[in-house]
Every structure is written in structure tokens, then in C-alpha cells.
Design a binder for this molecule. Structure first.
Ligand SMILES: [Zn+2]
Ligand SMILES: [Zn+2]
Length: 234
């Protein structure tokens, strides 16, 4: 009975306020977030990508210069597409306009990417980049946590809060690469967890300092391997 009422309510709401594509605002035939045409046009990162971090590289190479020469705590980085354009529009719609339907939809696309990467069998749990209590209260939600929760729903992997953010940091966006690392040093604390191989979720990958600092902290706390995944790559 409750299920039937809920279905009736959903269809009535859909009839009164038909869902619109989050990108082109065209009316959608069903409870989707992005229309077929926009979905087909979502840009990808390119054909020749570093096997560790997904950075564009020359044909014939396996790793970018940074991954080939420097030891990093994140073992692998997956991103859906470039921040410039449609992926950035979707992230901003979710994060700043608080459109949770976009967030859940993006989480579903992240889950697809994990499956397509062939890494599913090598992951024990999903976790996310934490926010300080104050920042979380200010936004009302942690975008990385919403994405992570949607991934766990689609993959059946458990969701774990494995990190806390112990002090506020300056906004990474305004800082040069060198200062980003310093800004984050010691900002996270590991929460004891028994999972060895974790998927670390965030919304945007820029210089990689945030996921790298989180991965370093996780490994200090006993985690064996960290695959980072984000929606967009700046
Ligand atoms: Zn559209
Ligand atoms: Zn690389």
C-alpha cells in the first residue's frame, strides 16, 4: 500500500513538474537527470592516458612523467571527464545548487566506471574525502560522501568513514601546487578500519594533493591500497 502510494505520488509530481535535463533543460520522458543527447556528448579524457593517474600522455607511453618518477600513496586514479564543460556544470549543479538527484546520478556513473575499470574484485570498501564539521554544517552535506553512498548502493561494497578532517584548510582552488600540499599536511586523521583495499571518492581532481594526503593518512592507518575516483579532472 505504502509502495503504491509512493509510486502514485512520484508519478503525480512528475506530471506536474516534468523532470528536465540538468544540462540542456529539455523535458525528460522519465525520472532521468541527463537527456540521451547530452549523455552521448559528455566529453571523455582522451585516448592516451597514464595508467596510474589518467593524465593525457603521448601514444606509446604507459605512465606520465610524474607517475614514472615519483612514489605516490594513491595507487590508481579514475576520473569520468574534464572539469571544463558538461562535467563541471554537473558538479556545480550538485555541489552549489544542492541538486541531490545530480549527485546520486553522478555516483551511479562513478560506480559504472569502477566496474568498467575491472577493479571491482580488488576493492573491499568505499570511503570519501572528509570535511570539517563546520564546513559540513555550512553546506548541509559532504558532496564526496553523497557520491560514495551512491557508489555503494550500485556496487554493494560497504561504505566506511575512514578519515576525519581535524583542522580547517584554506580553499585549495586559490593555491599553487606547492602550497596545496603544505596546506593539507596533517589535516586528516585515520579512523581505525579493518579494510585493506579502499576506493577513495572526491568530486574534483586538480593537482591530486587532496587524495594523495588522504591516501597517505589511510596507509599510515593500515590500509594496503587506495584507488581514488573523482567525477571531474581540472
Ligand atoms: Zn540534455
Ligand atoms: Zn600519471
Amino acid at each position: 500500500m505504502i509502495a503504491r502510494t509512493r509510486r502514485w505520488l512520484a508519478s503525480t509530481v512528475a506530471a506536474l513538474f516534468p523532470p528536465r535535463c540538468a544540462l540542456c533543460e529539455r523535458e525528460l520522458p522519465s525520472l532521468e537527470v541527463v537527456c540521451e543527447s547530452c549523455l552521448r556528448q559528455l566529453p571523455s579524457l582522451g585516448n592516451f592516458l597514464c595508467q596510474r593517474c589518467g593524465e593525457s600522455i603521448e601514444e606509446g607511453l604507459d605512465l606520465c612523467l610524474a607517475c614514472g618518477t615519483k612514489r605516490q600513496a594513491v595507487d590508481r586514479i579514475l576520473c569520468l571527464g574534464p572539469y571544463r564543460g558538461a562535467w563541471g556544470d554537473l558538479v556545480r549543479g550538485f555541489k552549489f545548487d544542492h541538486d541531490m538527484a545530480i549527485g546520486r546520478w553522478l555516483g551511479g556513473r562513478l560506480a559504472d566506471a569502477v566496474r568498467e575499470s575491472g577493479l571491482m574484485g580488488r576493492l573491499d570498501a568505499v570511503t570519501y574525502v572528509p570535511m570539517t564539521h563546520r564546513d559540513r554544517r555550512r553546506r548541509g552535506f559532504n558532496q564526496a560522501q553523497v557520491l560514495a553512498r551512491a557508489i555503494t548502493r550500485a556496487t554493494q561494497l560497504p561504505l566506511m568513514s575512514t578519515l576525519t578532517k581535524s583542522r580547517p584548510t584554506e580553499l585549495q582552488a586559490g593555491l599553487p601546487a606547492q602550497d596545496r600540499r603544505i596546506n593539507l599536511q596533517g589535516a586528516f586523521r585515520p579512523v581505525p578500519c579493518s579494510y585493506g583495499r579502499v576506493l577513495l571518492v572526491d568530486d574534483i581532481y586538480t593537482t591530486g594533493s587532496t587524495v594523495e594526503e588522504c591516501a597517505r593518512t589511510l596507509k599510515r592507518g593500515g590500509v594496503e591500497s587506495v584507488v581514488a575516483i573523482t567525477v571531474a579532472r581540472a
